[in-house]
Structure formats: structure tokens, C-alpha cells
Design a protein around this ligand. Structure first.
Ligand SMILES: Cc1cc2nc3c(=O)[nH]c(=O)nc-3n(C[C@H](O)[C@H](O)[C@H](O)COP(=O)(O)OP(=O)(O)OC[C@H]3O[C@@H](n4cnc5c(N)ncnc54)[C@H](O)[C@@H]3O)c2cc1C
Length: 325
């Protein structure tokens, strides 16, 4: 199995390291600045680099397929070193926006099945998360396939070796792509929670607290999130109570996230919630209980009333109008 990692201007997509780990450290990096981006992958063992131009999913898919088909279709060889890898192995891409865009096109071009939204991938198939991760579907495939791996679902055990790097020639194809007019940064209010780099999350300790409580507390958290360019998450207690949309629920029956910053307001840290949390670079827990699991695993534990801290932060970072103060 080989990971295919689309790179934009030297920036790796979300979940790149996990995808390479799932492929035993074998990866093909394609895009501008791909070689430099490879240096940031901790799980890399063998790496092939294709310095393609700006991201163009149709052209990339047909170009990749043509090269990969050289092995599966016996129409010649791109690089003798690739034989052992591409000849029999399937491809796995991160389920990042570019990965989700590229994977179905690649599967179509190769004429192989697409296994989308996997939490684990083997050489024979994948475990696919369905119905908002409420159902795990085990799919076996007889032959090569293309899969996408959900960010936050796998581990990233560092390879601990200097990767072996092979540069491959990129041959562009004439495939028709949409013209890109502009690339806008994601809006944290509407962006897919799974890809959010910063998350402020509401738990029962916030929504069941003093005024503002319930949906009003979540609305204030959203305002604070806007000021900090952070997305809003919630526990199941909060979504079940109707204070936040189910798409904001983090956990084993919700969204799997892996942000750089996670601030938990009044969240106990139940296993079903932590199960979807990945490993945030910075974890802050605001809780009245200093020994609750969330505070125990946090980098910074703030033992205080979550509502009072939210109001204080909102007044300072958004303005007093947000609290009516
Ligand atoms: C099959 C199954 C699947 C589940 N899936 C999920 C899932 O995907 N996601 C999920 O989140 N849950 C899930 N759950 C529910 C999960 O088990 C927990 O019940 C839930 O995560 C707890 O949410 P909570 O931390 O908001 O509430 P609680 O566990 O009630 O914790 C509230 C916390 O707030 C603190 N607190 C209280 N007052 C204050 C205050 N004034 N200021 C600050 N802190 C305060 C308390 O000390 C406590 O730590 C699932 C359960 C089951 C059975």
C-alpha cells in the first residue's frame, strides 16, 4: 500500500502523517514544494516525490493513474524501483479536502473501487465509518483499490529513520480542470469540524451552568470562537439537549478531530468523547473538578466556573455587548 499525499505550496494536508503511517511509511508526495513538505512527515520511510504544478485534481488524477497504470496495466514502467510497491499495492489518501477531491477521480481513472472515509486500511480492504461513525463497515476487496483515511482515526508512530527519497518525473496531462479564481481560508463557523485547527468545545458544565446557559452559552462560545478563529465543538450531552447541532458533536459517535488547540469548557472527558479527540498539540480544560479525566490529560487545567470564564473572555475579546454588560 502506498500513501498519496497532495501538497500545496509545501503545505501538507490534514492527516498526512497518519496516512503515511497506515501505509507502513511508503508515500508518494505530489505537488509544489512536495520535497520540502516531506521533511515534516515523521512516519516516512520511503518517499517518491513528483513536483507537479499547482493543484489540479483532474490533471493530477489522470497523470498519477497513467503512471500507476504502467504497473497495473503492464504498459511499461515509470521507475524500476516502484515495481514492488505499485505493482500490487493499493493507494490511500488523507480524507482532507484535496484528498477527498483527488481520490474518487484517481479511482475512476484507475478503474478500481474507492473506499471512502476509512478509519483503518489494510492491503485487503478497509473499515469504513458510516452514519456519522455510528456504523463501522468492513469492506474486503479482491485487488487494488483507492481509499481515503479520516484524519484523527489512526496513530503516528515516528519511523525513527531518515527516509529514502526518490524523485520522479512529473508528466502533465491535458485533463480539463476548473479554473481557480481565488483560494479563500475556511470559515471556522461552517468549516468541517474534523479539519478545524482550533476548537472551543461546550460540555454539560457550561450549558447547565449559571446564565448564560444552554443554547445561549453555546451562542456566546460561538462569538468567542469567531474572535479566535476557532470552531465550536460539543459533547453528546450538549447535542442531545439540542443546544448544538449534531455535526458539532465530538466523540466515538460524532466527529473525530485532531486540532492544534482544544479548549474544553465543562467537559468531564468520558471515554466516548476522548475517543474522538485525537491528540491536540495544546489541550486546555476549564472545569471545577481538578481531578476529572479531561483536566488530568490537559496541558493547562483551569479550575474555575466555565461560564464565568467564558463571559470574562467574551467581554475582553469580543466586547461587552456580547454579554449585555
Ligand atoms: C454508546 C455511547 C456513545 C457515546 N458517544 C459520545 C460521543 O460521541 N461524544 C460525547 O461527547 N459523548 C458520547 N457519549 C456520552 C459520554 O459517555 C458522556 O456522557 C459525555 O461525553 C459527557 O459529556 P459532558 O462531559 O459534557 O458531561 P458530564 O460528564 O456530565 O461532565 C460535566 C463536567 O462539567 C464539570 N462542571 C460542572 N459544573 C461546572 C462549572 N460550573 N464549571 C466548569 N465545569 C463544571 C463537571 O465537573 C464535569 O467534569 C456516548 C455514550 C454512549 C453510551
Amino acid at each position: 500500500m502506498i500513501a498519496i499525499i497532495p501538497v500545496r505550496d509545501g503545505v501538507l494536508p490534514l492527516g498526512a502523517d497518519e496516512t503515511v503511517a497506515e501505509s507502513s511509511g511508503n508515500a508518494l508526495l505530489i505537488g509544489s514544494g512536495a520535497k520540502a513538505a516531506g521533511a515534516e512527515l515523521t512516519t516516512l520511510r520511503r518517499c517518491w516525490v513528483m513536483a507537479a504544478d499547482a493543484y489540479a485534481p483532474a490533471a493530477w488524477a489522470s497523470g498519477l493513474a497513467r503512471n500507476m497504470d504502467a504497473y497495473w496495466g503492464h504498459r511499461g514502467r515509470l521507475d524500476p524501483n516502484m515495481d514492488a510497491y505499485w505493482g500490487a499495492w493499493s493507494a490511500v489518501l488523507p480524507a482532507s479536502p484535496d484528498g477527498r477531491d483527488l481520490a474518487p477521480r484517481l479511482a475512476f481513472e484507475l478503474g478500481v473501487p474507492l473506499l471512502a472515509g476509512a478509519i483503518a486500511v489494510t492491503e485487503h480492504g478497509a473499515q469504513l465509518a458510516r452514519w456519522g461513525s455510528r456504523v463501522i463497515d468492513e469492506v474486503e476487496v479482491d485487488g487494488p483499490f483507492v481509499a481515503t483515511l479520516l484524519p484523527g482515526a489512526g496513530g503516528t508512530e515516528p519511523a525513527g529513520v531518515a527516509p529514502e527519497i526518490t524523485k520522479l518525473r512529473w508528466e502533465a496531462t491535458q485533463a480539463m480542470d476548473a479554473e481557480v479564481l481565488d483560494v479563500l481560508p475556511p470559515d471556522p463557523r461552517t468549516a468541517d469540524l474534523a479539519e478545524a485547527p482550533r476548537i472551543l468545545a461546550a460540555g454539560a458544565g457550561l450549558t447547565r451552568g449559571n446564565a448564560p446557559s444552554g443554547s445561549d452559552a453555546v451562542a456566546m462560545l460561538e462569538k468567542l470562537g469567531e474572535a479566535l478563529s476557532a470552531s465550536i465543538g460539543a459533547t453528546r450531552v450538549v447535542t442531545d439537549a439540542g443546544h448544538a447541532d449534531y455535526r458539532r458533536q465530538i466523540g466515538t459517535t460524532g466527529v473525530v478531530v485532531n486540532p492544534e488547540l482544544y479548549v474544553a469548557f465543562g467537559i468531564s472527558g468520558a471515554a466516548q468523547h476522548i475517543g474522538g479527540l485525537g491528540s491536540p498539540d495544546n489541550l486546555v480544560s476549564v472545569n471545577t473538578d481538578p481531578s476529572c479525566p479531561m483536566t488530568a490529560r490537559s496541558d493547562l487545567g483551569i479550575v474555575t466556573d466555565a461560564t464565568a470564564l467564558l463571559v470574562e473572555l467574551a467581554e475582553r475579546l469580543v466586547g461587552k455587548e456580547v454579554t449585555g454588560g
